[in-house]
Design a protein around this ligand. Structure first.
Ligand SMILES: Cc1cc2nc3c(=O)[nH]c(=O)nc-3n(C[C@H](O)[C@H](O)[C@H](O)COP(=O)(O)OP(=O)(O)OC[C@H]3O[C@@H](n4cnc5c(N)ncnc54)[C@H](O)[C@@H]3O)c2cc1C
Length: 407
C-alpha cells in the first residue's frame, strides 16, 4: 500500500498543529486535514493558556505569538441566595505564566509556524470516514482519500477517526457545554496586566461555572456547564451566556458567539488513547482539567500533541506503527497524565453538588451572621456549625471535602 505521508493529522487545532510541528521537526512528512477555512475558524473563540507547553514547542513564542494579556489577577466570585455575593482576588503583578488568547488569531499563527516547517495543511477538508488497510489507515474526505501508516486524531471532542473505526461511541454524558461571547469594551488596565474572573452560581440551577477573561481590548465571557443540569437551569441553554453577562453587569457590543462541547471524563474514565496506527491528542483524548479554579485544555493539547509527534518519530524508526503504546508510556512520564491524575480528586469534589451550591451558601450565611450585629450574637464557630447542619453537612464531612480538594 502506498502512503501520502508518514503521518496524517486530523484537525488543525492546538493539539493537531503541535503534533505536526513536532513530527516535522523530527524530519517526518506530515499532512494536516482541517475542515475550517483556516486554523482557528472552528475553534471556540478564546481562553486562558498556561504557556509552559507552548514555550517548549516554540521557545521564543512569548516574543512572537499573538498573545493578548498576561494574567496577573485572579478573582473568584460565588453568588448566594438573596442577592449576596462572596468574592476574593489575588494579584501578582509581573507574572507571566498564563495569557489570554483569541483562538482565531492564535491558531492561525501556529498553523503558519507549521507550514514554515514544511507541514502541508489542507483546509476546507472534512474527514468523513476511515478504514483500516494493510499497514495503515485510509481516510475518506470531501476532497478524496488519503492514507498513512500513522493517523493522529486531533479532531477535538468528537474524535472522529476513533469513532469511524468503531473504537468509541458518542459520549455526550462525558461532555460539558461551553458557550462564550467576545464583548467589545474598554479594558482599563495597563498593557502588561490581565484578569481572570471565575464565577460560581450566577445562573441558578446549572452545574458548572462562568468566566471572564480580559483580552487586549475585548472580554471573553462564557460558561461551562454539565448537560444534565441544563433542564434545571432558570434560563434556556441558548440564553445562558447572555443571562450570565447581564447578571455580571457587563455591557458592550457582542463581536462573536460560539458554543462547543468540552470533554469531562476525568483521569480514571479516559477513553482509549491509542490503537494500532492511531493516536488521540488533546480534546480527542479527553484531556481536560476543570479543577474548580482553572479550565485547562490548551496546554494539555499542546503537550500531548508534542508527545504524539515524538512517538511518531519512534514508530518510524522501529518501522512498526502498531506499537503505539509507546505514546502512552511517554504520556505517563509527562505532565499531561500526571496533572490529570492530580486534578482527579478536585474533579470529583467539584462534581459534588455540595461544592458548588451548599458550601458557598453556608459561607454566605456565616458572613451574613458575622456582619449582622444584634443582641443575640453567638460565637462564630457555633454559627458555622449550625449553618453546616442546616445543609445536612457534618463538620467531619466538611473537613474531609476540604482535604480532598486541597490534594
Ligand atoms: C467555552 C470554552 C472555554 C474554554 N476555556 C479554556 C481555557 O480558558 N483554557 C484552556 O486551556 N482551555 C479551555 N478550553 C478547552 C480548550 O479550548 C480545548 O481543550 C482545546 O481547544 C483542545 O484543542 P484540540 O486541538 O484538542 O481541539 P480543538 O481546538 O477542538 O481542534 C479540533 C480541530 O479539528 C477540526 N476537525 C474536527 N472534526 C474534523 C473533521 N471531521 N475533519 C477535519 N477537521 C476536523 C476542527 O475544525 C478543529 O479545528 C475551553 C473550551 C471551551 C469550549
Amino acid at each position: 500500500m502506498s502512503f501520502d505521508a508518514d503521518v496524517i493529522v486530523v484537525g488543525g487545532g492546538l493539539g493537531g498543529l503541535s503534533a505536526a510541528i513536532t513530527a516535522a521537526k523530527e524530519g517526518l512528512s506530515v499532512i494536516v486535514l482541517e475542515r475550517g477555512d483556516y486554523s482557528g475558524a472552528k475553534n471556540v473563540s478564546g481562553g486562558r493558556m498556561y504557556i509552559h507547553a507552548l514555550q517548549k514547542l516554540i521557545p521564543d513564542a512569548l516574543e512572537r505569538a499573538p498573545l493578548e494579556r498576561p494574567i496577573t489577577k485572579e478573582t473568584f466570585e460565588f453568588y448566594c441566595s438573596n442577592d449576596r455575593k462572596l468574592s476574593f482576588s489575588f494579584e501578582e503583578k509581573g507574572k507571566k505564566n498564563s495569557y489570554s488568547i483569541l483562538r482565531a488569531k492564535f491558531d492561525r499563527w501556529l498553523a503558519s509556524e507549521a507550514e514554515n516547517l514544511g507541514v502541508l495543511i489542507s483546509y476546507s477538508t472534512l474527514v468523513t470516514n476511515a478504514q483500516r488497510e494493510t499497514g495503515g489507515i485510509n481516510l475518506e474526505t470531501n476532497r478524496g482519500n488519503l492514507r498513512a501508516p500513522l493517523v493522529i486524531d486531533a479532531s477535538g471532542v468528537t474524535s472522529v477517526v476513533f469513532r469511524y473505526l468503531g473504537l468509541r461511541k458518542f459520549t455526550p454524558d462525558k461532555w460539558m457545554l461551553g458557550a462564550k461571547e467576545i464583548i467589545k469594551t474598554d479594558v482599563n488596565l495597563p498593557e502588561d496586566e490581565g484578569e481572570v474572573r471565575t464565577i460560581v452560581a450566577a445562573v441558578k440551577g446549572v452545574k458548572g461555572g462562568g468566566f471572564v477573561y480580559t483580552n487586549k481590548d475585548t472580554l471573553s465571557v462564557g460558561m461551562a456547564v454539565t448537560f444534565d443540569s441544563l433542564p434545571k437551569s432558570e434560563v434556556p441553554a441558548k440564553d445562558l451566556v447572555e443571562a450570565f453577562r447581564e447578571k455580571l453587569g457587563i455591557e458592550g457590543e457582542i463581536l462573536e458567539y460560539s458554543a462547543h462541547a468540552i470533554p469531562y471524563f476525568g483521569y480514571r474514565n479516559l477513553p482509549p488513547l491509542y490503537d494500532n496506527n492511531l493516536i488521540a491528542v488533546g480534546d480527542s483524548a479527553g484531556f481536560l482539567i476543570n479543577d474548580g479554579f482553572t479550565i485547562r485544555g490548551m496546554d494539555l493539547a499542546i503537550g500531548s500533541g508534542m508527545i504524539a509527534g515524538l512517538a511518531a518519530k519512534k514508530l518510524k524508526e522501529i518501522n512498526d506503527y502498531t506499537k503505539t503504546d509507546v505514546y502512552y508510556q511517554m504520556l505517563k512520564e509527562s505532565f499531561v497524565l500526571r496533572h490529570l491524575e492530580l486534578a482527579y480528586n478536585r474533579f470529583s469534589v467539584i462534581n459534588d453538588p455540595r461544592t458548588l451550591v451548599s458550601y458557598p451558601e453556608v459561607l454566605c450565611n456565616v458572613l451574613t451572621d458575622m456582619f449582622t450585629v444584634t443582641e443575640e450574637r453567638k460565637p462564630l464557630m457555633e454559627v458555622a456549625l449550625q449553618r453546616l447542619k442546616e445543609k445536612d453537612i457534618s463538620l467531619t464531612k466538611a473537613l474531609m471535602d476540604l482535604m480532598r480538594a486541597s490534594k
